[in-house]
Write a protein that binds this ligand. Structure first.
Ligand SMILES: CC(C)(COP(=O)(O)OP(=O)(O)OC[C@H]1O[C@@H](n2cnc3c(N)ncnc32)[C@H](O)[C@@H]1OP(=O)(O)O)[C@@H](O)C(=O)NCCC(=O)NCCS
Length: 150
């Protein structure tokens, strides 16, 4: 799965990238989400774990981001890298930017010998992408009891 986007580079995210990530995220807001829905990327900055967070750049401009954190024991799972949020500027979608970001994330997990995880509502199209990257369905299941109607 080679990136099709020309001039694409993936590099580690630093706190100096937060404004550009926020700008990129604003372009996504209101568009269709494969994930849990549109919580702003900035709401995840406090959980950001630098070794698992990356930005995608084209011509020095941030066109995508992945914010990763560490987790697992809170769900009785081994320490794992978690994809907290992932976003790509719609002007650059379909060019393999998200694949390249996820691959960078997976590579760090692989080197660290920890599982990579992501939680998201059932979404066949996005799940195909995860499967291509070697992910499989995990064991977490969401149980809900809605409040009784008034
Ligand atoms: C989903 C998203 C990250 C994909 O980025 P991208 O760079 O365009 O994706 P790539 O070109 O690397 O890969 C394409 C694959 O991503 C998946 N994908 C792309 N857009 C998707 C969408 N809207 N819904 C579900 N899956 C999508 C598909 O598997 C697609 O492969 P296909 O075209 O063969 O179906 C991007 O559209 C986005 O930022 N969406 C809004 C935020 C979001 O949903 N984030 C993910 C959950 S946190």
């Amino acid at each position: 799965m080679e990136p099709k986007a020309e001039g694409l580079t993936i590099r580690s995210m630093t706190e100096r990238d937060f404004p550009a990530v926020d700008e990129c995220d604003k372009k996504i807001t209101g568009r269709e989400w494969a994930g849990t829905a549109s919580r702003r990327a900035s709401s995840h900055f406090w959980t950001y774990y630098p070794p698992l967070s990356f930005v995608a750049e084209i011509d020095g401009q941030v066109v995508g981001f992945i914010i990763g954190s560490m987790g697992g024991p809170e769900y009785s799972l081994p320490v794992s890298g978690w994809v907290t949020t992932l976003g790509v500027d719609p002007a650059h979608s379909g060019g393999g930017v998200s694949v390249a970001l996820l691959q960078a994330f997976v590579d760090v997990c692989e080197i660290s010998r920890i599982p990579a995880r992501m939680m998201l509502p059932h979404n066949e199209r996005f799940e195909r992408l995860l499967e291509k990257l070697g992910f499989e369905r995990g064991t977490l299941i969401d149980w809900v009891r809605k409040p009784s109607p008034d």
